[in-house]
Ligand binder design. Structure first.
Ligand SMILES: CCCCCCCCCCCCCCCC(=O)SCCNC(=O)CCNC(=O)[C@H](O)C(C)(C)COP(=O)(O)OP(=O)(O)OC[C@H]1O[C@@H](n2cnc3c(N)ncnc32)[C@H](O)[C@@H]1OP(=O)(O)O
Length: 151
């Protein structure tokens, strides 16, 4: 993976980054020297209080970006805990730069950190997460369910 390279979505319909999910954020994520980065503008579909992105949508952006940071360590892992600090409102339609990296690894535990800045360079949020490394089998039951569905 080269610096600046666009990374592939987790799945076509991923709520964070899937291009086929009209209700998703549609994050476009690139590799950086330290980890991964995405510039995102929250839309009217992610509103909470008028003009401000819903905190859950902001958490989705952080969580999904952490999912991309896994590419930098080549491990398959899932979120076990996620903590968000909301330093300032995330205004709709304004660009925010999210960056994330893997800070530490202890056995199956990956400790991840992320920050988000507005276009004036003010920190709007930060996040910390514990991901736990899983095998491909972790996703098998969900994939079977999707393939067997006819609705
Ligand atoms: C068909 C193929 C399709 C493939 C397609 C692939 C797609 C690849 C997509 C990736 C996509 C990412 C997208 C964004 C990220 C999500 O959205 S992930 C989805 C949300 N997260 C989940 O659904 C996870 C649900 N939780 C679980 O399944 C289980 O709890 C887990 C996380 C697998 C862990 O269960 P477990 O394996 O039984 O592990 P457990 O023994 O509880 O803990 C493991 C270790 O972590 C430690 N630990 C547990 N909790 C904590 C904590 N809160 N703090 C610190 N340490 C902790 C434990 O102490 C233990 O440490 P060690 O004893 O090993 O030193």
């Amino acid at each position: 993976m080269e610096i600046g390279q666009r990374l592939p979505p987790h799945s076509p319909d991923c709520a964070g980054c899937g291009p086929g999910n009209p209700a998703g954020l549609g994050l476009e994520v690139v590799r950086t020297a330290a980890g991964v980065e995405a510039v995102h503008r929250f839309s009217d579909a992610q509103v909470g209080a008028p003009g401000i992105a819903h905190g859950g949508a902001v958490a989705l952006a952080f969580d999904d970006l952490f999912g991309f940071a896994l590419y930098t360590v080549g491990s398959l892992a899932v979120t076990r805990s996620l903590t968000i600090e909301y330093h300032a409102p995330f205004w709709l339609h304004r660009p925010y730069t999210f960056s994330a990296h893997v800070a530490q690894r202890e056995g199956r535990r990956l400790l991840l950190r992320a920050d988000a800045w507005d276009d004036a360079g003010q920190k709007a949020g930060s996040a910390a997460a514990t991901f736990v490394v899983v095998s491909l089998g972790h996703f098998a039951a969900g994939a079977e369910q999707v393939m067997g569905r006819d609705d």
